[in-house]
Design a protein around this ligand. Sequence first.
Ligand code: GLC
Length: 621
Amino acid sequence: MAKASVKPDELIFQMRKARSAPDLEPMLQALYGAHPGYAGFRKDLDRALAEAWKARPADLKQLDLQRDLEPDWFQRAEMAGYVFYIDRFAGDLRGVLDHLDYLQDLGVSYVHFMPCLKPRPGDSDGGYSVMDYRSINPAYGDLEDFKAVSAALRARGISLCIDLVLNHTAKEHAWAQAAAAGDAEAQAMYWMFDDAALPEAYSETLVEVFPEHAPGNFTHYPDFGKWVWTTFNEHQWDLNWSNPQVFLEITKIMLHLANCGVDVLRLDAVAFMWKRMGTRCQSEPEVHMILQALRACSRIAAPALIHLEEAIVSPQEMLPYLGRGKHDGREGNLAYHNSLMVQFWGALATRDVRLMTHVLGTHFPERLSNATYATYIRCHDDIGWAVTDEDAAALGMSGPAHRAYLSDFYEGDFAGSFAQGVLFQVNEVTGDKRISGSFASLAGLEKGEVELGVQRILMGHALIAAFGGIPLIYMGDELAMVNDYSYRDNPDHAHDSRWVHRPAMDWAVAGKRHSGQSAASQCFLGTQHILARRRATPGLHGAHPTRVVATGHDAVFAVARGAPTGPILCLFNFSQYWQHISGAWLQAQGITHWHDALSDQIVTLHGDHLALPPYARVWLT
Ligand code: GLC
């Protein structure tokens, strides 16, 4: 315990260190204890934590205290996020300042700047190939601009999320350059091999992330005679997290970013951080130990910061990123609810929610400790049809046939499909076909199903706003923006169909969002309304249980939120046909006020039934 004569600032740091020691020490011991340089590493890490705390600006230290007092800040119904590329939204960082009113008009309290740290030149995998974690992408501005924008957002009560890529750096990063020049210490930061024997042995059990444009998981560089582990693209070199030096350097970067005013760090591609021969090298137990240790470091030196862990994997594999078992309450604060997204699209195609109800009802707990989901319908990535054979079989379906059907449907090939998407990374070996496309194009607007398409978008937004977690609206979806095929003319993008759903913001359309009956204004006003009603419904707090309920209607999905003030039963009609839900059944679910918190109206039953129009959504209390 620190002495009473110690200054309050130092005392707080010591207390936070003591608080998080049980989360940090055992992880570091288990991961790196056997390393010959462990004692030195441990001292260096303590020094890095102390220096980061010393450098932390006073206003952020105040935010730390505020969030210590309100640790559920990110789970509250006020939270809603918006995700965009800085250049495509506003030209550059300073340009974002001109659009703060737009963000507030939509009703968001969190923005995610898509990768904004200095990328390699040319194709940078949308900025996920970072050559300098301490500089801002010069096309967007510099660190001073970044700090100014983060302060302006904070002043409006908007939190800022940015990406920190943990699995790899660009091959142009200084460490990689030194490694290529033969520096042994730098080489130890990566996975490098003298010959093909180990890469071949590992490859036996690895999967390919980009089988079309970047097949294989290793790259041979004859100029310096090494095989380098490159899970993603050739220019993205996997970091070797079994080396404590990697942990130390990334921790310093993480805290530096926190001190620039970042509230949420999206930790990219975390599943791949630990390699073990004979496995897929995804989600190995050590990954969770590293992530818990990183989390403990932020809680010591930048406690206002929270972690969003990006792991697009099966439900059973995803939940541990939110801290399960021995990591309960100690790992990610947020993780993407990929299954909710996949099941939304599956049910929309089939007009049948039974698989969705089965998957979301059986694989996910009703509550999480100190954590919640990032809920979304579209993001900058493709949609992979992550439906297991077992889950499909539970509904009497074939996994491969169902996945193939979903690809065909969303590519737009299937007879009667309302969707228009583009294939991404067709894997000839596994038959896997992923899909790119904007929410609006996949929901029918590009093919001319405007009215129903708008209702599908609004149903999706009402679902992610109510399910539990922070709903993330992906830029353009609030204006029903369709696919943008111009990426095909850009040599750095043409090979990657994910650019089809990364359009530039249409400010002319956005300017007319409050007038007329266009699809864009209906979507904007509808989404704005959904987020406003979410704010007005504290019972949707992320810590309240989320219970998936079978309605007995194949087209109606239901989730009951267990608010202490009484249940909120959220119903979603996944079809273009009217559905009629029995009033007695609703009453049995605890509905007594007959208030729809979404429309803020009292609902009336018709002949003892609640009538749900096509793609209707209600939040009944
Ligand atoms: C994440 C990103 C994706 C990127 C990959 C490699 O999955 O979301 O866009 O390609 O990481 O960094």
